[in-house]
Unconditional design. Structure first.
Ligand SMILES: Nc1ncnc2c1ncn2[C@@H]1O[C@H](COP(=O)(O)OP(=O)(O)OP(=O)(O)O)[C@@H](O)[C@H]1O
Ligand SMILES: [Mg+2]
Length: 228
């Protein structure tokens, strides 16, 4: 199987001198196509730092990142932005929807930027599978936090990126919808050969994972799954 995300010896430091914090302490990590990997760990352990660095939203202090075999840091900014847009679907802790666009327009914007149109029914299918089809004509401010989160998830999956990075995608959802969201992400990974990394603090959400890692004070340690 093809490696979609490869991280080598990733270190991330914030601040200098006596305020210096080392959030990531030399991380090696790989996700292949079709894999769903979960990262758990306490608040402040470095999970979001890890995820944003893996998708190129922040740069590491040292170490190397490859997306689909391309070394991220050596690409010029324009190509880096293109790669990020085409290959990576981000689901961040805040839902990052565009406030003045209706739900269906959030997806049409993706079409416009990518200069290709997804199948007509793709939006409807995604919204349906996340139980938010009736919200198509609403603005983000008219939605609940959980509904906004689900729209953001649909938008991240919409243009079929090869890598999906999800930071606490179920944080604002009730248990039933949280399970549905994780199952949808797992299904997308397995059926469409996507590489998916999900950060969560909710241990109930990791049971469908192919691998689970624990982030602990800047180190990433693989967990042994029950029954394996
Ligand atoms: N921009 C920044 N400047 C300085 N320190 C930072 C910055 N971003 C994160 N940190 C520090 O790095 C460490 C890891 O933070 P991070 O946000 O990755 O944790 P987390 O595991 O995602 O926590 P949570 O579960 O609360 O979201 C923390 O000590 C945090 O204070
Ligand atoms: Mg976080």
């Amino acid at each position: 199987m093809k490696e979609i995300l490869t991280m080598k010896k990733i270190v991330k430091k914030f601040g200098t001198g006596h305020t210096e914090v080392t959030a990531l302490k030399g991380i090696d990590f790989t996700v292949k196509e079709g894999e769903f990997v979960s990262i758990i760990g306490p608040s402040g352990s470095g999970k979001s730092t890890f995820l944003t660095i893996s998708g190129g939203l922040q740069t590491p202090t040292s170490g190397e990142i490859q997306i689909n075999g391309q070394t991220f840091s050596t690409l010029p900014e324009k190509q880096r932005a293109d790669l990020r847009f085409k290959e990576i679907g981000f689901i961040l802790q805040s839902s990052n929807l565009i406030p003045f666009l209706k739900v269906h327009e959030q997806f049409e914007l993706v079409d416009r930027v990518s200069k290709k149109k997804e199948a007509e029914n793709r939006i409807d299918q995604l919204l349906q599978s996340l139980d938010i089809k009736q919200l198509k004509d609403q603005y983000p401010s008219d939605l609940s936090g959980g509904e906004r989160q689900r729209v953001a998830i649909a938008r991240a999956l919409y243009n079929n990126p090869s890598l999906i990075l999800a930071d606490e995608p179920t944080a604002s959802l009730d248990t039933e919808h949280a399970y549905e969201v994780v199952k949808l992400l797992v299904k997308e990974a397995h059926d469409k050969q996507k590489a998916t990394v999900m950060v969560t603090h909710d241990a109930r959400m990791i049971k469908w994972s192919d691998r689970v890692y624990r982030m602990s004070d800047g180190y990433l340690i693989e967990e042994t799954l029950n029954g394996q």
